[in-house]
Design a protein around this ligand. Sequence first.
Ligand SMILES: Nc1ncnc2c1ncn2[C@@H]1O[C@H](COP(=O)(O)OP(=O)(O)OP(=O)(O)O)[C@@H](O)[C@H]1O
Ligand SMILES: [Mg+2]
Length: 243
Amino acid sequence: MIEFQHVFKSYGHGRNILSDISFRVSAGEFVLVSGPSGAGKSTLLKMIGGLEPCTRGTIQVNGQRLDQIPARARPYLRRAVGVILQDTHLLYDRSAIANVLLPLAVTGLAPDQAQARARAALDKVGLSAHENANPIELSGGEQQRLAIARAIVNRPAILIADEPTANLDQATARRIMSVFRDFNRVGVTTLIASHDEPLLADYASRTFRIEPGRFSDLGEHHARSGSPKPSGHAGDLPTGRSA
Ligand SMILES: Nc1ncnc2c1ncn2[C@@H]1O[C@H](COP(=O)(O)OP(=O)(O)OP(=O)(O)O)[C@@H](O)[C@H]1O
Ligand SMILES: [Mg+2]
């Protein structure tokens, strides 16, 4: 599903942030990307999402080498990978549902179909009652869930999230994590970068650790909340969840 082979990454002419990284993540895995600030966690996730190129090596996502994807096929990759960045990049000049509709604008869906999809995505993250709210009126946890709704509206096979629980209290952070767990349970491959290892240990079943200049795959472990590995995509999630 995701395969790195001898990947190096530097920005401009700077030093290598990541050096000679190789790993493989199978469909349905739930991976925690841990490590200190500045080590390269966000960089790794951005490369998987096709938002940053690697400097050397090859990256395959969904059976496609990212450096060989023709420009016209890029939107398909964008749809296969739902991305939630460290800064959620919500737009505060429009409603919650308008934010979720954005990724659908390029899909050619009829407006009423797009609305239905966006509503379903909001429902999955428990924000149905807030569809007309401006994101600025939402709490931090609700804004995170809105960013998740926007990331899953295209029913991606892979979901990557960068520090989705930063600045949230424990109860809210757990509510956010249970949203990811639900997607993972229906088969969505999930990678989350986080400093909160104790929290993530309850959900993730494999841990990558990035330290300055070193990448370690700490291997698989049992997520305390469990995350079995069926196949499917985000569109399969049962609706009506408020967690
Ligand atoms: N666009 C960029 N241009 C130049 N350098 C960058 C860029 N993005 C990140 N870096 C540098 O790459 C290194 C890794 O950054 P990255 O954001 O991946 O770390 P991180 O592990 O996500 O840190 P944090 O835990 O603080 O989010 C840092 O030294 C950072 O300054
Ligand atoms: Mg980061």
